[in-house]
Every structure is written in structure tokens, then in C-alpha cells.
Design a binder for this molecule. Structure first.
Ligand SMILES: [Mg+2]
Length: 507
């Protein structure tokens, strides 16, 4: 496919940049502004600072020669920030780009070509990450560690996914709270269930960030995430996830020898203490030498490597144990649903039987706030409602429209609105508990029914969900029969707690 054709197509992708407001963001935005091909994709900047709302003067964003929007995710980590971004995207592809990479001038043109060249079996397209290293000396430990990003598959610094693939697996697992392993976890789930991830031709530079001498110790917190990977993907996750083997087993032996030496010393067991102490010293020395040898070998680096090599085995084992305990019962990631369909009467507005009067419409308590929380998270919302009053001749189509308009006025816009106006005796396929309305809403939104939740106040709503292959949640009112509540699989007391569950991936 030629470059021109790739450029001329409809908007293929949305660029999602998760950020914590670092300086590098401005450089990234400047390089996107200076692309050889003008960026026509919407750009979503997800501000992930706790309580962060200000990424600089708004004028700066307005001056950009592309459509940039800022979303706030409240400091919940890069996985949650990226999820917020892709859920708001309405393009077939979503292109994740980290705020600390530097795209070259043809990056966007190359991206469009990469996506255009991806057949239907390709669900991910990965950019090449280059880490510039010093040319006048050997790279130090931190620089070598960053350079590990080069050639590592599935890293999200520059990775585009089909939105449908992300939706199918529920996006990034938000139990990974830092930029570590969340991308490999997603790569494993996506390639296992939806399709292939190919290398594209585009490239970005990933400069080595400045770091202090203890960064290698702090990074041991990643062992918590490794424990979650092992729990979710089995012992061989590193092989399947193309991750280096790591040193945890040797660290465990080293830490055990160190602790044994200490305990034996305190107990007055001098020979045991000497043997364990020698073992600990030998393993620690071997570790330090292995880290010093490939590096610049100047005094400061040797001291840094020696000190951190003493601490790292203990830190690694502590975090690994913490991870095993924290994630001992972790199950597969579900993520938030892609579409939430709500019954109208008795669920989002008070039930006024055969209402023809817009003035009589009253929102259920907390309904607006619950719907807005879903909208803020990029989750589409819709209404599926039986209005047999029309078929029975008790409500005119105009009266129904006027009441529905009042519902939207009170509760905000809905992405999809499906109603059945048939009388029960007409035997239609859409009147709940039949699945027709739910299936129609899913089809119009291009969402799989299994990624859809239906919320209603009677058994018919839940039954329609089940018949369509969606999940149903019952939120009973005073009018809901007891046997309906008893038979429903999922019952919640109000819409707010339903939304808490959905956003927490519990559904
Ligand atoms: Mg109802």
C-alpha cells in the first residue's frame, strides 16, 4: 500500500499518551506537531497525576496543530490511564505512545502505513524503540537496563492495538500499578485469544531518564508484579512473554545464606555462621562483578554496584513474598464492560405507568452521577425499554418522544436508545424478556454482548440480558417482586454500587 493511500483513508487511529506531567511531554507534543505528515488522528492525553488537572496553560494545547484532549485518571497508574484512553477512542485502532519517547519526523506517516499494512489477523502493530547510549564510554547498569526495551516485544512505549482486541480482553490489567509487566500481560492475553502482534517499520527514540544510584534497588518492587504474572499465566510466563529469566532464584539463595549467617552468629554457632557467611559473600561478590564487568568500571559505579548488590537480593525476595501473598487468589482480569444498557422506568427514572407527561419524569436518586461516571470512563451507555403503552394505544409516538427527551435532558446523552413499542400479544422478538433490544443495541454499538451489562428493576430485564449473552444486574425497587430478587444472580441496592462494581471489573 502506498503512503498516499494510507494518508488519505478515514481516521484509523487515536493516539493515547498516558502522562504524569513530565517535561518530556512537551517535547513529545512538539515532535508530533512537526511531523512530515500532519497528524489527523485525535490525541488523548491521559493525566495520571493524583488529583492532577493542569498539564500547562490550556492555550498550549489549543495551539497544537492536531486535536488534543486531556482526560484525568486520578493517579491510578499507567494501566488504568491507558484503559481510560482507549475506552474514549472511537477509531478502529488505538496507538499508545509513552510521554518519554521521541518520534522522528516520519513517525506518523510510518504509523499509518503500518496500520494500513496490517491484515485482519493482525491485532497489534509494534514500533521499534531505540535507546541512545553513550558513545564515549560503556553504558552503566541503569542505561543497560533501559536498553533492554530495545527489541522487547509488546512494550507499550509505541504499540498500536485494534480497539476490538482491547475490548475483547478488557484492556490492561489494573492490578499492575506501575509501568512494568502490564504490557507483557496484555500481549499474552491478546495473542492467546484475538490475533497476532506484528512489528511495524516506525521507530521512536527512548532516551535514558536520569536516575539516582538506588534505582536498581527500587526497581525490585517489580517482583510483586512478577508474582502476579506467575499466578495469572503459570510458571513458564517468562518464556511465553519473551521476558529475561531474572535472578530471583539466586537472590533467594543469597538472602537465605545472609539470614542464616546472621542467625548463626547470634546463636553463637561460629562454624555455621562462617560457612553461611562465606556463601553469602561469594554470591554477592559474583552478582556485583557480573554488574560491574560490562559497565564503565569507574570508582563511583563500582561503589554503587557493590552497595546495591548487597541490598538487591533481600529487596527482591521481600517483594516476591509480598507479591505471592497479595496476589495468591488473583483470578483472570475482567476489566470494565464496553456497554451498559439500562432499563428506563424504575431504573433510571421513577416508574410512572404509561407516562405521557414530560413534567412527570423524575430521575432516580444518583442516576445522573452514576451515568456520568460511566461516561467519564469512556464506557458507552444506552437505554433498552419496553413501551407497550404505544402498542396498546395509550401513548402516542409524539408523547413517547417528549418523555424520552425529558429523560435525556435530566440524565444526559445516551449512545444508543432501543425501545419496544409492541403490545405483549403481538409476540415480537424485542419485548423484554426477549433479547431483541439488547442484541440491537450491541449491534448498533459494535460491542460483543458478552462485554455488555444490562441493569434493570425486574426479572424481564435480567432475562433479556441472559438470552442475549450479556450480564444482567437487578436493582430492585419497592415494586420488584420478592421472587424476582431471589432468582436474580446479581442484585445491587442502587446504581452507584453497580457502577462501583463495573469500574472495578467485578461483574
Ligand atoms: Mg423497569
Amino acid at each position: 500500500m502506498t503512503r498516499d493511500r494510507a494518508e488519505d483513508g478515514p481516521t484509523r487511529t487515536t493516539i493515547v499518551v498516558p502522562t504524569v506531567g513530565r517535561e518530556s511531554l512537551q517535547t513529545l507534543l512538539e515532535s508530533l506537531a512537526a511531523q512530515s505528515t500532519r497528524v489527523t488522528a485525535p490525541v488523548l492525553l491521559v493525566d495520571d497525576r493524583p488529583g492532577g488537572h493542569d498539564l500547562g496553560p490550556p492555550a498550549r494545547l489549543r495551539e497544537l496543530p492536531f486535536d488534543a484532549t486531556v482526560l484525568t485518571s486520578g493517579g491510578r497508574g499507567p494501566a488504568a490511564a491507558r484503559n481510560l484512553g482507549w475506552r474514549h477512542a472511537r477509531t478502529p485502532w488505538v496507538s499508545f505512545l509513552d510521554d518519554d519517547v521521541l518520534p522522528g519526523p516520519t513517525w506518523y506517516a510510518d504509523l499509518l502505513e503500518d496500520l494500513a499494512a496490517s491484515g485482519p489477523e493482525v491485532v497489534g502493530s509494534q514500533g521499534h524503540v531505540q535507546v541512545p547510549l553513550p558513545t564515549d564510554r560503556r553504558p552503566d547498569d541503569w542505561e543497560r537496563s533501559t536498553a533492554g526495551l530495545q527489541g522487547a516485544p509488546w512494550i507499550t512505549a509505541d504499540l498500536s492495538y485494534r480497539r476490538s482486541a482491547l475490548a475483547s480482553v478488557g484492556g490492561f490489567d489494573e492490578r499492575f500499578p506501575r509501568a512494568y509487566r502490564e504490557d507483557v500481560d496484555l500481549g499474552l492475553r491478546v495473542t492467546a485469544s484475538t490475533g497476532r502482534i506484528d512489528w511495524g517499520r516506525r521507530q521512536v527514540l527512548h532516551p535514558v531518564r536520569p536516575a539516582d544510584g538506588w534505582v536498581s534497588v527500587r526497581r525490585q518492587v517489580g517482583n510483586v508484579d512478577d508474582a502476579l504474572m506467575r499466578r495469572l499465566h503459570g510458571r513458564d510466563w517468562r518464556v511465553r512473554g519473551h521476558a529475561p529469566r531474572g535472578r530471583l532464584r539466586l537472590h533467594s539463595v543469597t538472602a537465605a545464606a545472609g539470614v542464616t549467617a546472621l542467625v548463626a552468629t547470634l546463636a553463637g554457632r561460629r562454624r555455621a555462621a562462617a560457612v553461611a557467611g562465606l556463601g553469602w559473600a561469594a554470591l554477592t561478590a559474583q552478582f556485583a562483578v557480573a554488574r560491574v564487568r560490562p559497565g564503565p568500571r569507574h570508582a563511583a559505579e563500582v561503589v554503587r554496584m557493590t552497595l546495591t548488590s548487597v541490598v538487591i537480593p533481600f529487596a527482591a525476595v521481600t517483594y516476591a513474598v509480598r507479591g505471592r501473598v497479595r496476589h495468591r487468589r488473583a483470578g483472570p482480569w475482567c476489566g470494565a464492560p464496553d456497554l451498559v444498557l439500562l432499563d428506563r422506568d424504575g431504573t433510571i427514572v421513577h416508574d410512572v405507568p404509561y407516562n405521557t407527561d414530560p413534567e412527570a419524569v423524575r430521575a432516580m436518586s444518583g442516576a445522573r452521577e452514576s451515568l456520568d461516571r460511566l461516561r467519564h470512563n469512556g464506557i458507552r451507555v444506552g437505554v433498552v425499554t419496553n413501551q407497550s403503552g404505544v402498542g396498546r394505544g395509550m401513548i402516542s409516538p409524539e408523547e413517547l418522544d417528549a418523555v424520552n427527551a425529558r429523560v435525556r435532558e435530566l440524565l444526559g446523552p445516551f449512545d444508543v436508545w432501543c425501545e419496544c413499542v409492541h403490545a405483549p400479544e403481538e409476540g415480537c422478538a424485542c419485548r423484554k424478556p426477549e433479547p431483541g433490544l439488547v442484541l440491537e443495541a450491541c449491534a448498533r454499538m459494535d460491542v460483543e454482548p458478552r462485554r455488555t451489562v444490562v441493569v434493570g428493576d425486574i426479572a424481564g430485564d435480567v432475562a433479556a440480558a441472559r438470552a442475549a449473552g450479556a450480564r444482567g444486574v437487578l436493582v430492585p425497587t419497592g415494586a420488584t417482586r420478592r421472587d424476582e430478587v431471589a432468582r436474580a444472580a446479581v442484585v445491587r441496592s442502587d446504581l452507584g454500587s453497580v457502577v462501583d462494581d463495573l469500574l472495578g471489573g467485578r461483574w
